[in-house]
Design a protein around this ligand. Structure first.
Ligand code: SF4
Length: 104
């Protein structure tokens, strides 16, 4: 199917990626909200800060807790395996109370 005028303009302005580009390995997976627990020791994802370059980061996902209020929601710390530094936090879907949700 051909691209519409809007798609061609958006691609030229780099608002959206090149839709005719072949997808990278793994792109055929279905969308999901959280990484599978089996992948927490070796989770890979693209670094959004590097866009439009496709830089893959390798993480260990470490369960932890938010201490900002009395709810103590479950979090996942994304530890960069290359540097050993935490790059971001997201909700922990395996936490029995917050089940992946948090307020911020
Ligand atoms: S994520 Fe929000 S609601 Fe949960 S413990 Fe932290 S501050 Fe409280």
């Amino acid at each position: 199917m051909g691209k519409s005028f809007i798609e061609r303009v958006a691609q030229k302005l780099r608002i959206i990626p090149d839709l005719s580009r072949p997808h990278s390995k793994g792109a055929e997976q279905t969308l999901r909200k959280y990484p599978a627990i089996e992948d927490w020791d070796d989770h890979r994802e693209l670094d959004a800060q590097q866009w439009p370059k496709r830089v893959v980061r390798n993480y260990s996902l470490v369960p932890t807790t938010c201490f900002n209020c009395e709810s103590a929601c479950g979090m996942l710390a994304y530890v960069d395996k290359e540097t050993g530094r935490v790059r971001k936090f997201e909700g922990n879907p395996a936490h029995p109370a917050s089940r992946g949700r948090n307020c911020a």
